[in-house]
Write a protein that binds this ligand. Structure first.
Ligand code: NAD
Length: 381
């Protein structure tokens, strides 16, 4: 069978779902590989490097979709792309199945199979395919780099002949995958880093990365008690008030705030209010990684960088992984390659789409003319 990767058509998207290295691995599974001409260019992979790895270069997206049995891409496919699906073709991509009913219907009517990368269950066995985590890791890292690029001072403290420089103070709100990556990056640059999460169990991880966990003066036993299944849920009004009071206290002190707080299937909680922004020092920077879900900061504008009247820069970009396209493509293509390994148990270049396998079942949102989203709860954790 042939695996093909088209050029991403979402405006500004620089990632690509197949790299020359991943193609080499896919060929070892028995597949032929094809790529649309120029698909890797924005991520730094030329057609020549694919050709050298034995990948066929195809001139147009239409030809690519027609000739490939398996199509691997990054962004949620649009209508034109989905219309190119057909029975016996498998699409592997981010798909946003929870917010893409039309896409699911179209995939169903075309009879194609769709594996949605964001639906890979977050169990240990599937970590190698967990594209949400690999992209969140990049976003967390890049958020700090972006903050540094907009911050007029060092992260690390220095004593120089020209004067003493205090270290920057960084607050990371939300210590999931992206938050932990941001903490690691900020501490490695020498900043004094604080982090907060509603899930108190992450305190140890935060501290092991060299940051200080921010505890609330809150009467209940745990930091929240509202967490479930490793994910956060909505905080109680009392807890939220305690959290906002703590942030109000920290706002004039910190130089950089990276917010990453998300609650599955909801708008992002608003945690950094206008008065907090107003009380920050001029030159401070906020990077809001929750911008795509409405933002954690009241003033965030998605996909934009703004500077407030009191000189605070607020970055609401939603394309952090694409801003590190070479790294993001390498990790994403590896996630896809591992998915293909699980889909090809005989290493014979043929997909065995085993719907009894929890990981494959969990990620499959359309199969043989049926919508298979949402999946049943996994049998094994
Ligand atoms: P996420 O992107 O859904 O949310 C980011 C963080 O925001 C979470 O840590 C959440 O607790 C926090 N948050 C939500 N509301 C908040 C608030 N009001 N204030 C402060 N913080 C708030 O999270 P994620 O990065 O996807 O990780 C979620 C969980 O999944 C974590 O427990 C993580 O360790 C786990 N996980 C497991 C695997 C695996 O086992 N394979 C892989 C990845 C993540």
């Amino acid at each position: 069978m042939k695996i093909g990767t088209p050029k991403e058509i979402y405006e500004g998207e620089a990632r690509v779902a197949m790299t020359p290295d991943s193609a080499t691995q896919l060929q070892k599974l028995g597949y032929e590989c094809a790529i649309e001409s120029g698909a890797g260019a924005a991520a730094g992979f030329s057609d020549a490097t694919y050709e050298a790895a034995g990948v066929e270069i195809v001139k147009t997206a239409a030809q690519l979709w027609k000739s490939a049995d398996i199509i691997a891409k990054v962004r949620q496919p649009n209508e034109t792309e989905l219309k190119r699906l057909s029975k016996d073709k498998t699409l592997i991509s981010f798909f946003n199945p929870g917010g893409n009913a039309e896409g699911l219907e179209l995939a169903k009517s075309k009879g194609g199979n769709v594996i949605a990368m964001e639906m890979v269950p977050r169990i240990s066995r599937a970590q190698k395919m967990d594209a949400l985590s690999s992209m969140a890791n990049i976003a967390g890292y890049r958020a700090v780099i972006e903050a540094g690029n907009n911050f007029g001072r060092f992260f690390t403290g220095q004593i120089t002949a020209a004067g003493k420089v205090p270290p920057a103070k960084v607050l990371v709100v939300g210590a999931g995958v992206a938050g932990l990556a941001a903490i690691g990056t900020a501490t490695s640059l020498g900043a004094i880093t604080y982090a907060f999460d509603v899930r108190p169990e992450v305190a140890e991880q935060v501290e092991s990365m060299g940051a200080e966990f921010v505890y609330l003066d809150f009467k209940e036993e745990s930091q929240d008690g509202a967490a479930s299944g490793g994910y956060a849920s909505v905080s109680s009004p009392e807890f939220r008030e305690a959290q906002l009071a703590k942030f109000r206290e920290l706002a004039p002190e910190v130089d950089i705030v990276i917010t990453t707080a998300l609650i599955p299937n909801r708008e992002a909680p608003e945690l950094w209010t206008e008065d907090m922004v107003n009380s920050m020092k001029p030159g401070s920077v906020i990077v809001d990684l929750a911008a795509e879900k409405g933002g954690n900061c009241k003033l965030t504008v998605a996909d934009e960088k703004i500077v407030t009247d009191n000189g605070v820069t607020i970055i609401g970009y939603t394309d952090f992984p694409s801003r590190m396209a070479a790294q993001a493509s390498t990790l994403y293509a590896t996630n896809i390659r591992h998915m293909m390994t699980d889909l090809t148990p005989e290493k014979d270049g043929k997909v065995a789409h085993n719907m009894e396998d929890d990981v494959i079942r969990g990620a499959t949102v359309a199969f043989q003319g049926e919508i298979t989203f949402p999946p049943p709860p996994p049998k094994v954790q």
